[in-house]
Write a protein that binds this ligand. Structure first.
Ligand code: HQG
Length: 180
Protein backbone atom coordinates (compact mmCIF):
# COMPACT_ATOMS: atom_id res chain seq x y z
CA UNK A 1 0.00 0.00 0.00
CA UNK A 2 1.31 3.48 -0.83
CA UNK A 3 2.10 5.89 1.98
CA UNK A 4 -0.83 8.05 0.92
CA UNK A 5 -3.27 5.13 0.99
CA UNK A 6 -1.94 4.08 4.37
CA UNK A 7 -2.42 7.57 5.80
CA UNK A 8 -5.94 7.69 4.30
CA UNK A 9 -6.82 4.51 6.16
CA UNK A 10 -5.47 5.96 9.38
CA UNK A 11 -7.46 9.17 8.84
CA UNK A 12 -10.65 7.20 8.12
CA UNK A 13 -10.18 5.22 11.29
CA UNK A 14 -9.66 8.32 13.44
CA UNK A 15 -12.24 10.60 11.82
CA UNK A 16 -15.03 8.03 11.48
CA UNK A 17 -14.57 5.59 14.30
CA UNK A 18 -11.87 6.21 16.89
CA UNK A 19 -10.80 9.84 17.40
CA UNK A 20 -9.61 8.77 20.86
CA UNK A 21 -6.98 6.54 19.21
CA UNK A 22 -5.34 9.73 17.91
CA UNK A 23 -5.97 11.65 21.12
CA UNK A 24 -8.20 14.09 19.22
CA UNK A 25 -11.79 15.24 19.57
CA UNK A 26 -14.46 15.69 16.92
CA UNK A 27 -17.00 18.48 17.20
CA UNK A 28 -20.73 17.81 16.81
CA UNK A 29 -20.43 18.00 13.01
CA UNK A 30 -17.47 15.61 12.89
CA UNK A 31 -14.71 18.20 12.40
CA UNK A 32 -11.24 17.77 13.92
CA UNK A 33 -8.59 20.44 14.21
CA UNK A 34 -6.13 20.13 11.31
CA UNK A 35 -3.28 20.96 13.70
CA UNK A 36 -4.31 18.11 16.00
CA UNK A 37 -4.36 15.70 13.05
CA UNK A 38 -0.92 16.86 11.86
CA UNK A 39 0.43 16.40 15.36
CA UNK A 40 -1.04 12.90 15.60
CA UNK A 41 0.26 11.91 12.15
CA UNK A 42 3.65 13.35 13.05
CA UNK A 43 4.04 10.65 15.67
CA UNK A 44 4.45 7.96 12.98
CA UNK A 45 5.66 10.09 10.06
CA UNK A 46 8.21 12.26 11.81
CA UNK A 47 7.63 15.37 9.70
CA UNK A 48 4.12 15.67 8.44
CA UNK A 49 2.98 19.09 7.27
CA UNK A 50 -0.14 20.68 5.87
CA UNK A 51 1.01 20.30 2.24
CA UNK A 52 1.42 16.56 2.70
CA UNK A 53 -2.02 16.34 4.29
CA UNK A 54 -3.53 18.27 1.36
CA UNK A 55 -1.86 15.80 -1.02
CA UNK A 56 -3.43 12.87 0.82
CA UNK A 57 -6.87 14.51 0.79
CA UNK A 58 -6.57 15.33 -2.94
CA UNK A 59 -5.23 11.91 -3.89
CA UNK A 60 -8.03 10.07 -2.13
CA UNK A 61 -9.89 8.04 -4.74
CA UNK A 62 -13.31 8.49 -3.18
CA UNK A 63 -12.85 12.04 -1.85
CA UNK A 64 -13.44 10.72 1.65
CA UNK A 65 -12.23 13.85 3.48
CA UNK A 66 -13.06 17.51 3.37
CA UNK A 67 -11.21 20.53 4.73
CA UNK A 68 -12.84 23.74 5.89
CA UNK A 69 -12.28 26.75 3.62
CA UNK A 70 -9.65 28.15 6.02
CA UNK A 71 -8.00 24.68 6.23
CA UNK A 72 -8.27 24.79 10.03
CA UNK A 73 -10.55 21.76 10.22
CA UNK A 74 -10.89 18.38 8.54
CA UNK A 75 -13.62 15.73 8.59
CA UNK A 76 -14.73 12.53 6.88
CA UNK A 77 -17.60 13.11 4.46
CA UNK A 78 -19.48 9.96 5.54
CA UNK A 79 -19.10 6.47 6.95
CA UNK A 80 -18.98 7.29 10.67
CA UNK A 81 -19.79 4.95 13.48
CA UNK A 82 -19.29 7.68 16.13
CA UNK A 83 -22.24 9.98 16.64
CA UNK A 84 -21.88 13.07 14.42
CA UNK A 85 -24.34 15.35 12.68
CA UNK A 86 -23.20 15.80 9.07
CA UNK A 87 -26.08 18.25 8.50
CA UNK A 88 -27.21 16.29 5.46
CA UNK A 89 -30.22 17.66 3.62
CA UNK A 90 -32.87 15.24 2.33
CA UNK A 91 -32.54 14.94 -1.47
CA UNK A 92 -34.70 13.27 -4.13
CA UNK A 93 -32.78 10.17 -5.30
CA UNK A 94 -32.58 8.73 -8.81
CA UNK A 95 -35.39 6.21 -9.49
CA UNK A 96 -32.96 3.32 -9.06
CA UNK A 97 -29.98 2.95 -6.73
CA UNK A 98 -27.56 0.06 -6.22
CA UNK A 99 -25.96 -1.73 -3.28
CA UNK A 100 -23.11 -4.22 -3.56
CA UNK A 101 -22.72 -6.96 -1.00
CA UNK A 102 -20.86 -10.26 -0.75
CA UNK A 103 -22.88 -13.25 -1.95
CA UNK A 104 -23.03 -14.78 1.53
CA UNK A 105 -25.20 -11.91 2.89
CA UNK A 106 -27.81 -12.03 0.12
CA UNK A 107 -30.20 -14.53 1.73
CA UNK A 108 -30.35 -12.58 4.99
CA UNK A 109 -30.71 -9.26 3.17
CA UNK A 110 -33.52 -10.69 1.00
CA UNK A 111 -35.33 -11.76 4.17
CA UNK A 112 -34.81 -8.74 6.40
CA UNK A 113 -33.76 -5.95 4.03
CA UNK A 114 -30.67 -3.77 4.18
CA UNK A 115 -29.72 -2.54 7.63
CA UNK A 116 -27.21 0.15 8.45
CA UNK A 117 -25.14 -2.22 10.61
CA UNK A 118 -22.40 -0.24 12.42
CA UNK A 119 -22.80 2.91 10.31
CA UNK A 120 -25.35 5.72 10.52
CA UNK A 121 -27.01 4.79 7.23
CA UNK A 122 -27.22 2.19 4.52
CA UNK A 123 -24.81 3.29 1.73
CA UNK A 124 -26.09 3.18 -1.86
CA UNK A 125 -24.57 4.11 -5.23
CA UNK A 126 -26.09 5.65 -8.31
CA UNK A 127 -24.19 3.21 -10.54
CA UNK A 128 -23.93 -0.55 -10.49
CA UNK A 129 -20.17 -0.64 -11.09
CA UNK A 130 -19.42 1.26 -7.89
CA UNK A 131 -21.79 -1.05 -6.01
CA UNK A 132 -20.00 -4.09 -7.42
CA UNK A 133 -16.65 -2.74 -6.16
CA UNK A 134 -18.11 -2.13 -2.69
CA UNK A 135 -19.42 -5.71 -2.57
CA UNK A 136 -16.12 -7.10 -3.83
CA UNK A 137 -14.30 -5.77 -0.72
CA UNK A 138 -15.49 -8.80 1.21
CA UNK A 139 -16.01 -11.62 -1.28
CA UNK A 140 -17.79 -12.50 -4.47
CA UNK A 141 -19.99 -9.45 -5.13
CA UNK A 142 -23.71 -9.40 -5.81
CA UNK A 143 -25.39 -6.17 -6.91
CA UNK A 144 -28.81 -5.35 -5.47
CA UNK A 145 -31.14 -3.02 -7.35
CA UNK A 146 -33.06 -0.66 -5.08
CA UNK A 147 -36.40 0.78 -6.15
CA UNK A 148 -35.71 4.23 -4.69
CA UNK A 149 -38.71 5.81 -6.44
CA UNK A 150 -41.13 3.46 -4.64
CA UNK A 151 -39.27 4.02 -1.37
CA UNK A 152 -39.80 7.77 -1.73
CA UNK A 153 -43.52 7.13 -2.41
CA UNK A 154 -43.62 5.04 0.76
CA UNK A 155 -42.11 7.91 2.79
CA UNK A 156 -38.43 6.94 3.03
CA UNK A 157 -35.90 9.78 3.17
CA UNK A 158 -32.65 9.87 1.18
CA UNK A 159 -29.55 12.00 1.59
CA UNK A 160 -26.58 12.46 -0.71
CA UNK A 161 -23.10 13.24 0.57
CA UNK A 162 -20.82 15.79 -1.05
CA UNK A 163 -18.93 12.92 -2.72
CA UNK A 164 -22.03 11.34 -4.21
CA UNK A 165 -22.85 8.50 -1.82
CA UNK A 166 -26.61 8.01 -1.29
CA UNK A 167 -27.74 7.30 2.27
CA UNK A 168 -30.99 6.06 3.81
CA UNK A 169 -32.00 4.50 7.13
CA UNK A 170 -32.90 1.05 5.84
CA UNK A 171 -34.22 -0.72 2.76
CA UNK A 172 -37.11 -3.14 3.40
CA UNK A 173 -36.96 -6.33 1.33
CA UNK A 174 -39.85 -5.40 -0.95
CA UNK A 175 -37.80 -2.56 -2.47
CA UNK A 176 -34.79 -4.64 -3.49
CA UNK A 177 -33.95 -7.37 -5.97
CA UNK A 178 -30.78 -9.08 -7.11
CA UNK A 179 -29.49 -7.64 -10.40
CA UNK A 180 -29.85 -10.08 -13.26
C1 HQG B 1 -24.31 -5.86 4.80
C2 HQG B 1 -16.87 1.90 1.89
C3 HQG B 1 -26.65 -9.11 6.54
C4 HQG B 1 -24.01 -4.85 3.73
C5 HQG B 1 -17.60 1.34 0.71
C6 HQG B 1 -22.51 -4.70 3.88
C7 HQG B 1 -18.96 1.98 0.83
C8 HQG B 1 -26.28 -6.98 5.78
C9 HQG B 1 -22.28 -4.90 5.36
C10 HQG B 1 -19.11 2.24 2.30
C11 HQG B 1 -27.60 -6.61 6.07
C12 HQG B 1 -22.05 -3.60 6.09
C13 HQG B 1 -20.17 1.38 2.93
C14 HQG B 1 -28.44 -7.61 6.62
C15 HQG B 1 -26.62 -4.90 5.24
N1 HQG B 1 -27.93 -8.83 6.83
N2 HQG B 1 -25.78 -8.22 6.00
N3 HQG B 1 -29.73 -7.35 6.93
N4 HQG B 1 -27.79 -5.33 5.72
N5 HQG B 1 -25.70 -5.89 5.26
O1 HQG B 1 -18.99 -1.50 5.41
O2 HQG B 1 -22.23 -0.70 2.20
O3 HQG B 1 -14.03 2.92 1.68
O4 HQG B 1 -20.98 -0.93 6.88
O5 HQG B 1 -24.39 -5.32 2.45
O6 HQG B 1 -16.94 1.62 -0.49
O7 HQG B 1 -20.32 -2.40 2.51
O8 HQG B 1 -15.24 3.28 3.81
O9 HQG B 1 -21.29 -1.04 4.45
O10 HQG B 1 -21.83 -5.71 3.16
O11 HQG B 1 -19.09 3.16 0.09
O12 HQG B 1 -15.13 5.13 2.10
O13 HQG B 1 -23.48 -5.48 5.88
O14 HQG B 1 -17.85 1.93 2.88
O15 HQG B 1 -16.43 3.18 1.65
O16 HQG B 1 -20.79 -3.13 5.73
O17 HQG B 1 -19.88 0.01 2.67
P1 HQG B 1 -20.44 -1.60 5.68
P2 HQG B 1 -20.97 -1.11 2.88
P3 HQG B 1 -15.14 3.68 2.35
Amino acid sequence: MSDSAHISKTLSFWLRHRPDAAGIELDAQGWASTDDILRALGKDHSTFDLDQLLDVVEANDKRRFELSADLDRIRARQGHSVEVDLELQPSPPPAVLYHGTPERFVDTISAEGLRRMARHHVHLSSDALTARKVGARRGRPVVLVIDAASMVDAGHTFYVTSNGVWLTESVPPRFLRVAS
